[in-house]
Unconditional design. Structure first.
Length: 296
């Protein structure tokens, strides 16, 4: 906690002091990141001497930029596309969940100058499922994850740690699913075996960056009598074509926006040493997602 917060003689007036706690989000591009609005809303509501800034870096300067922020001012950074794997490789140490995910979305600057990598995306995934599908449990039945990239790997690691016993990876490129199943407790399936991957499944998570369009549209879980929970990690648009099709098939759907919020909560605690306040952040983010005139 900074001196301005802990010393009652110093009233925080909304302006940053030289001892402000600073964190940010680093990526390429970063202009459309919602994280500065999310953390900024929490900071403003708490009235703490702190800031959260967007940090754009070129792909070839990621490591140099992260290393340049050591020294005391920065508490840590969130890491977004396309640097999550490189963030894990750059750090001196990693939490178990970051190591299991093979990627980091948080880097913390420790007082001794070393970097600690963490991954809170899995916590965000579970937060979203529990919030939008009340009563959902990781062990309610088989979980089918579509995709085999970094987000899918993090999802498998988090689901397995939370108690999911039957996890299936369904990916367009079967070899990539095989690679993942050699690393983590899950079974691999290719597009041509989608029916087996969906057989008896209770939860489906889309962790691809693809949608229903294109040469190889995403496979859909078959209609059921309402027992399947389907989540899409993508939140722009909030209802993706994949989620809309699953809803039309009678499945309960979960969008990706609460995953963003769920990964940010532990990040905020790690950066500023205090829990975020209870705010309608989902509504704040939805308002921010309305395109500005310059974005049209
Ligand atoms: P990634 O490592 O690049 O992996 C991409 C995955 O998508 C691969 O499995 C790839 O399959 C598949 N894919 C791409 N285009 C496809 C298409 N047209 N048809 C079928 N499959 C396709 O990306 P990632 O980091 O895992 O991220 C995946 C998604 O999750 C992104 O959209 C990201 O924005 C989202 N995400 C959201 C949150 C959140 O907070 N809500 C957090 C993390 C990630 P192949 O192996 O066959 O190429």
């Amino acid at each position: 906690m900074s001196r301005a917060m802990s010393d009652p003689a110093i009233r925080y007036d909304g302006l940053l002091s030289g001892g402000a706690m600073v964190a940010g989000v680093i990526g390429h591009p970063i202009r459309h990141s919602l994280s500065p609005r999310l953390h900024g809303a929490w900071i403003r509501a708490l009235g703490i001497d702190a800031a959260y800034v967007p940090l754009q870096t070129r792909p070839d300067t990621f490591e140099m930029t992260v290393n340049a922020l050591t020294g005391g001012t920065f508490r840590g950074v969130n890491v977004t596309l396309p640097f999550k794997e490189r963030a894990l490789a750059l750090a001196d140490d990693a939490t178990d969940r970051a190591a299991a995910s093979g990627a980091a979305n948080v880097i913390l600057y420790r007082e001794d100058g070393t970097l600690l990598a963490d991954n809170t995306d899995g916590e965000g995934l579970l937060y979203a499922l529990r919030r939008q599908a009340p009563g959902w449990q990781p062990d309610r039945g088989p979980v089918t994850v579509i995709g085999a990239g970094g987000a899918a790997r993090g999802a498998v690691a988090a689901l397995a740690a939370a108690g999911a016993a039957d996890i299936r990876i369904l990916n367009r490129t079967r070899a990539r699913a095989d690679t993942l199943s050699a690393l983590l407790p899950c079974k691999a399936f290719g597009w041509d075996d989608a029916a087996t991957a969906f057989d008896g499944t209770a939860t489906v998570i889309n962790a691809t960056s693809g949608q229903l369009t294109g040469d190889t549209p995403l496979p859909l879980p078959p209609a059921s009598d309402g027992g399947i929970v389907v989540m899409d990690m993508v939140y722009k648009p909030l209802e993706t074509p994949f989620l809309a099709a699953c809803r039309a098939l009678g499945h309960q759907t979960v969008d990706g926006l609460d995953m963003l919020i769920g990964q940010a909560i532990p990040s905020f605690v790690a950066f500023y040493g205090v829990a975020p306040p209870d705010l309608p952040v989902r509504e704040i983010l939805l308002a921010a997602m309305v395109p500005a005139p310059g974005d049209l």
